[in-house]
Write a protein that binds this ligand. Sequence first.
Ligand code: TMP
Length: 202
Amino acid sequence: MFITFEGGEGSGKSTQSKILYQKLKSEGRKCLLTHEPGGTKIGEEISRILKATYDTPVSGETELLLFNASRAQIVEEVIRPALDKGTIVICDRYADSTLAYQGYGRGIPLRTVRNANNLGTKGLKPDITFFLDIDPRVCFKRKTNKLDRIELEDIRFHEKVRKGFQKISKQEPERFIVIDGTLDAEKISEIIWEHVQKKLNE
Ligand code: TMP
């Protein structure tokens, strides 16, 4: 089973993916937690390039290709082999982030983003995706650490990304579980656990 977490900055994805990983582990299940961009040696190098700030603007297409370069590596090196061994894979961000950020956020035609994503994912789709939906204004108030290049984009960009995630999740309701990101972390983790248990029992 392949589970992904999606949402804007500071939406609680990383916290929730860790909680789910711990719960599955404590049940004795084979489970792997990873993240994008990164998750491999090459991917972490690409992630560093993506998050750095430069004195010239970074083209949306450059981002699109770099995120998918990192993705192609993690799919081939980590995710596919783990799934083939029957391990449950949890990934903090995946291809839907590219559709939301580079497609809806940067304005690259969605068809172009989908084509690039098909290359990066080699057609591998999550079985279940949790979208933690929350107003980016609330999230940025919570953030205390230093912001990277994409986080530093203005609030209008982050609002477009949120709207993007909302549209994507409506297009695939059988895969997406949309959760109100303003709920407290414990409640969110309970909702996630119920859905994962249901999926595991199917
Ligand atoms: P992170 O903060 O979850 O590590 O993600 C890094 C940043 O990259 C975050 O601002 C979201 C952004 N991002 C994209 O723009 N497109 C993508 O495909 C992915 C995976 C992340």
